[in-house]
Design a protein around this ligand. Sequence first.
Ligand SMILES: *Cc1c(COP(=O)(O)O)cnc(C)c1O
Length: 658
Amino acid sequence: MDKSEKVKPLNRGIFITATDTGVGKTVVTAALGLLLQKKGYKVGVMKPVQCGGQDAKFLRTTLRSKDPLEKINPFYAEEPLSPHLAFRRAEKNIDIIKIISIYQELLNKYDFVLVEGAGGLMVPLTEDYFVADLIRDLNLDTIIVSRLGLGTINHTLLTVHQARQAGLNVSGVIFSDTSRKERGIPEQTNPAEIKTLGQVPVLGVIPYLRSVSDILKECDGQIDLDSLLKADRPALTRQFRKWDKEYIWHPFTQMKDWLEDEPLVIDRADGCYLIDTDGNRYLDGVSSLWVNVHGHRRKEIDAALNEQINKLSHSTLLGLANTASIELAQKLVEIAPGGLQKVFYSDNGSTAVEVALKMSYQYWQNTGRANKKMIVHLANSYHGDTLGSVSVGGIELFHKVYRDLIFKTISFDTLNDLDKLEELFEKSHEEMAAFIVEPLIQGAAGMLLWPQHALRRIRELCTKYEILLIADEVATGFGRTGKMFACEHESVHPDILCLAKGLTGGYLPLAATLTKKKIFDGFLFDHKEQKTFFHGHTYTGNPLACAAALANLKIFEKDNTLKKLAPKIEFLRDGLRAFRDLSHVVEVRQLGMMVGIELGPFAWEERMGVKVCQKARERGVILRPLGNVIVLMPSLVISIEELKFLLDTIRWAIEEVL
Ligand SMILES: *Cc1c(COP(=O)(O)O)cnc(C)c1O
């Protein structure tokens, strides 16, 4: 048995909701409470919102709670109506924050806190906040109470379905027999049918109670408490950790270290926060490795995906077109730097680059300039992990490991002296197909900033020497630098643009390689000439991913995202100033919402970046370093307060570790 199991109190909450009002929720809550007490657990109870009736008082008396009634039921309205209506008519408000804080207080005090809802999941507490939202915000497992009888299958399945749609964890269904009549066929078969049809545990049946005074006697043995107790979160977390180590090979990870560690298992998310299997919330400082743009669980993207799922999940672009990919392509061309008119889809950043490389190489082959074969790239560049994109990468380690598998390229390393680039171009442009760059900031190299105007000069030189300019905006695209695309800072139009990471707002893998009509036209020949672009992935133009991407792009307009970024970027700039005074900070680099805080001087084996990020996790912040560089790349929706917390936490972590 692991140590934490013994010393940690349970502190577990369960929300009791029902298929409808009047099906016996309060009796089930009382019964559960009494049964848990009988097993020796300390049980707290809450009925946060009540409209008419005596439920809270009944629960308080039955479970012999010493908590004042205002804690058990902080929000009471006289009229037996839907809460949003009852409270509006009473000119009172329901304060969700207060409910959450009382719940937290009770949770610290008891092994179990039972929270009884009001009616069912879709009962509105306010105009735009439902019981299901409260369950999610309290982060509770749910028990659904249902009555026995005809019509129950429909109501129960609807409730289970809705709970799952809302992302809630359904612990099980408890039936309550609300009629003194003898049980007929529906009553006898309901539990087994629901178990099968709903794929949900049925925890028991509460018999019809003649008098509430003998709940405990009547219910003893009727509810499967063991399966409820077994499914507690620490046990689930242990299970997931075990299975992760058993089955998963993690990317870019020395699995020997991983197998010795306790991984954090993420189960859900909310805005800029990730939530683990134990319900702990972490501010995500790197937007799920640079992909999340407008926060997790954005209603607009969720809705677009739902809508698309109900139309078409996938159909191929090989020989067929599909609506979602067409709509997205049109939108991408509209927002992309000028001249980019054609969209080639793939699945991730590496393939977007792979496509750009093959396309630029073949373009010259197709158009009678067969000597133009070489790809030029920057030292320190990173363009992905497939062999083609590794070939144009400048990270020494990856080249060393895979050297026999990659092709020859030309690496250029002095952005500060572009006359050298001109010399290189002048000498060898007849052999050069393309120059690939990460414009303005080299992300994976550790957020290295370009000198001003270098991109513009490179554009001029590429034009002059007929070398295609490929802009890899996989990291910098979609607002990260303060503009939609980094190229816009210097009004540069690349010949080919690679997009991925933020394209779907962090929802699904999708990439796009945009290109000019001139290049597209370089592939238009009679079929027999075999000058087709021979490339395509099975999931090219996946409609679900395209629908998510389109919704993601529409949010930029609706929310005015880029305009709202300006003060956040300013705040970051001010906040980062103080870091420069820290003794082990060598340099702080920032472009828009992309930040690198370089620690040093340390050998890479010391893993200082990892240590600082690990420390920050203790205060609820998730980061992922690049060597000795602490990277900050939050979702664009992060608030100023959250940014402040992020900076404060990093500062604290650096000071603690060093
Ligand atoms: C992340 C990244 C890639 C690779 O994208 P994947 O989706 O991980 O294959 C390529 N280029 C740049 C600039 C990146 O940051």
